[in-house]
Design a protein. Sequence first.
Length: 122
Amino acid sequence: MRAYILTIALALSTSSSFAVSTCDSMPTKNQRMDCWSNLIGDYQREAEEYAFAVQESKKVPANVKHAVEEKHQAISNDANARCRKDELGYPENTCYIQQIQMFKDFTYKQTSKFGVPDKRLN
């Protein structure tokens, strides 16, 4: 079990690190901004799909669905509260992605026992 958890943690940190170095290594500011925008959009889409899968599941109790939906709605607020701001006043990109990943982790912990597929590493 520990090896499994360690593998997941390593995969998450590696994929986030790769994304950071990839976007930050773009030659122009516009390319970097586009890269981050696309990456964050992909993460947000995955979070939406995960939340939708939970809501559509007949096995997940209503109170768990509600908790997942609240956590999903709180991603932006959590990022605004916990993340340093960039020069435009928005949460830093890597921190925002971490907040989305924390939502996915929370959702997995709440719903895995009800048969909702794990979408943390999509």
